[in-house]
Design a protein around this ligand. Sequence first.
Ligand code: UDP
Length: 374
Amino acid sequence: MTKHTEYDYVIVGSGLFGAVFAHQAGLANKKCMVVERRPHVGGNVYTENISGINVHKYGAHIFHTGDREVWNYVNGLNDFIPYNHYVMANYRGEVYNLPFNMNTFYRLWGTKTPDEAQKILANQISEYADTEPSNLEEQALKLAGKDIYEKLIKGYTEKQWGRKASELPTFIIKRLPLRYTFSNNYYNDRYTGIPSGGYTRMIEKMIARADVVTDVNFNNNRKMYENIAKNIVYTGMIDEYFDYCYGALEYRSLRFETELLDTDNFQGCAVMNYTDFETPYTRIIEHKHFELGSVQPQTVITREYPEKLDKSKEAYYPVNDERNNRLFERYRQKALSLKNVIFGGRLADYAYYDMDKVIRNALDISRTLIFDKL
Ligand code: UDP
């Protein structure tokens, strides 16, 4: 077939990686087309305005980073509303502060000083001191002790991953902060905020110079797009790109139930985790609390249910255990052998990235490919 090149880049997916790439390419006067499978742009950071509230349709997204350049980049595109993330945990009606800190310890044990809390914890973890954890349960007990594990980790984790904690790999919970201060701030990052007007507005600014089509599955029209593109930037699932030739990578999916309620304040915080096993959802998000000073008379809440992935659902969490990582490596090698196809973002890299990491990668890759060649 003769090649009718029209675009420098056909970008598959309009989530953060695709959008940042399109933005950078646009600044360099490259001609781009963005091909999006869903009926809207933005991938999982998509927000939809419901009754004046920016609703995070695919789960809570709080922008946090220690990367000053990434922070300056997003602020250059869109104003950010200052926001500190506080997460509460509800265990069978008992309410605790997260991440585990002096407020959590006070509620659990009545301890008032770091010294008192450390003594109780040391006592609880002492029996695991000499063991090398072989699964998540052992790892969590060794790091946080029995009370925290049973009330705040076990049920949530088993719902999230659909497996018993004793059958999950340790890496999920390797980094489990215990804080001996009364700070409830969820993140330790220097910069945190929420884009004013919602993430969708920011994404639209990023892709403003590109031609954009939605509701189009690239994989069903691949020949046509390859024919009009000098380069493809692919941000979808890497195993799908290769037609699952080595088998499917495993993901956890999520189902969201969203409701508009006639009350101005449902739960008093943006995120309440339900850490017992019996409650079928892992958390309730109340979207208005992401934006300071939100005064709407109503509120929108979303219950989040973890699910197994099938073809009708979106992939959220890669299950980065050894088997899947080995499989991914085979796909990655195959991807490296392709000319003029760039893979990037959470689904193509099979990695659970925070948003700032995706932006950092997209900036680095686009600069190397586009600007270094100008
Ligand atoms: N986790 C937990 N209890 C909680 C929240 C998190 O045990 O109340 C554990 C759980 O194993 C989970 C991991 O921490 O898989 C990461 O959870 P987090 O909510 O930070 O991730 P997110 O889904 O928000 O990216």
